[in-house]
Design a protein around this ligand. Structure first.
Ligand code: UD1
Ligand code: UDP
Length: 380
């Protein structure tokens, strides 16, 4: 069986590591995987570092689309993916998550009748101002196999009209929805101990035995709005009076800090010895930071979940989340880009550090489960 896997943005490259590893370890005689990198992310520390570190096979194709507006970027990817699908004639295309690379893969494949496997199906923020919400809805509705990491995702699909009990053969018109656990959990379990021995970031940043907050910010709804970005950084400055802050900066954010924070606020951030602004880190470094942090402050989907995997409280810099379980269990608080809500959430977690993190993201074997179902689908 031949799979074409589309990756492009940082989290997709990381997720692909889990599927490629499961193919290599359990299905190498049955499955050939062709990896297509759209080139959506291209800096070494947003792309190459993950191939070097996580044993992901080199991409068979790189479309080198780079950065552009949504329409231009998606159109370039769609054209390139269509050519590859026509040439490779795969049994399935595998799409991750909700980025423009996901959307391009969905549109290209559906129109030429290549069945789509969507990993991370069913997640919804119910906020269509997010580009990701559009991407994930389109992709789900073009898919043949929908793998939802959570029961909330399955329920969202049911409410959108997906029959949960469809019988084979499955197709774009009769898709199959599976609840399968989270592929990122597979990776966090697999790499957690490796990260402890293979990275020295905790010592390098002089964090050993010291409490610190790990922060990431990259969502366009935060970075592109000066008032929101300023409110987040004002809160970070206040938190830094209490605790060191480590903030690996997404390239989008490092560019926009200079235009969207006023000069005084920039000075307060850049000259603050308790705020460490650092370039994006590798995945092993990131999970080492998550494991040692006291608390995580983020607008990232993946980082929210990883903070839960490593049993850390999380303040979410968004008004809503697709990962509702981490809020419902009391381990994360939605504080939006609101300085006082962020500070209140910090105080809440200082007074009541969470201790119970129910297993809602599967057993760490989501990749094997999905590959079995893909093989089964082909045989039916
Ligand atoms: C994209 C995804 C988002 C995901 C995020 C993961 C979409 C619509 N958004 O957002 O869902 O959470 O990736 O990180 O697909 N840039 C660089 N170097 C790079 C990559 C980006 O400098 O290697 C800069 C460019 O200025 C670019 C900006 O970052 O314009 C944004 O990149 P883009 O891929 O368009 O969106 P992200 O914000 O990364
Ligand atoms: N990540 C990383 N280095 C960083 C920041 C994040 O390796 O400097 C990892 C993080 O551990 C997670 C993934 O990137 O696995 C999340 O990606 P991101 O926050 O860019 O996107 P999102 O998950 O919001 O789509």
């Amino acid at each position: 069986m031949k799979l074409v896997t589309i990756i492009g943005a940082r989290p997709q490259i990381i997720k692909a590591a889990a599927l490629s590893r499961a193919i290599r370890n359990h299905y190498k005689d049955q499955i050939q995987e062709i990896i297509v990198h759209t080139g959506q992310h291209y800096d070494d520390n947003m792309s190459q570092v993950f191939f070097d570190e996580l044993q992901i096979p080199r991409p068979d194709y790189n479309l080198h689309v780079g950065s552009a507006s949504h329409g231009v970027q998606t159109a370039r990817m769609t054209e390139g993916i269509e050519d590859i699908l026509i040439k490779e004639q795969p049994d399935f295309i595998v799409l991750y998550g909700d980025t423009n690379s996901t959307l391009a893969g969905a549109v290209a494949a559906a129109k030429i009748h290549v069945p789509i496997v969507h990993i991370e199906a069913g997640l919804r923020s119910f906020n269509k101002a997010m580009p990701e919400e559009i991407n994930r809805i389109v992709c789900d509705h073009c898919s043949t196999l929908l793998f939802s990491p959570t029961l909330a995702g399955v329920e969202n699909l049911r409410r959108e009209g997906f029959a949960i009990d469809n019988e084979p053969p499955f197709s774009i018109d009769k898709p199959k929805v599976y609840h399968c656990g989270d592929i990122m959990y597979d990776n966090s379990l697999h790499f957690a101990d490796i990260a402890e021995t293979k990275t020295d970031i905790i010592n390098r940043l002089n964090l050993s035995g010291k409490p610190f907050v790990l922060a990431t910010i990259h969502r366009d709804s935060n970075t592109d709005h000066p008032e929101r970005l300023s409110a987040i950084f004002k809160a970070i400055i206040r938190l830094s009076e209490d605790c060191r802050i480590v903030l690996p900066l997404h390239p989008r954010t490092s560019k926009l800090l200079k235009t969207n924070l006023d000069e005084e606020l920039q000075m307060q951030v850049f000259n603050n010895t308790n705020i460490s602004l650092i370039p994006p880190v590798s995945f092993l470094e990131m999970i080492a930071l998550e494991r040692h942090a006291r608390l995580v402050l983020t607008d990232s989907g993946g980082v929210q979940k990883e903070s839960y995997f490593f049993k850390k409280p999380c303040i979410i810099l968004r008004p809503e989340t697709e990962w509702v379980e981490i809020v419902q269990t009391g381990n994360a608080i939605l504080a939006d880009a609101d300085e006082s809500r962020i500070r209140q959430a910090w105080q809440h977690f200082k007074d009541n550090p969470p201790t119970v993190f129910p297993e809602v993201f599967g057993d760490g074997h989501a990749a094997e489960f999905m590959l079995e179902k893909i093989i089964l689908c082909k045989s039916l």
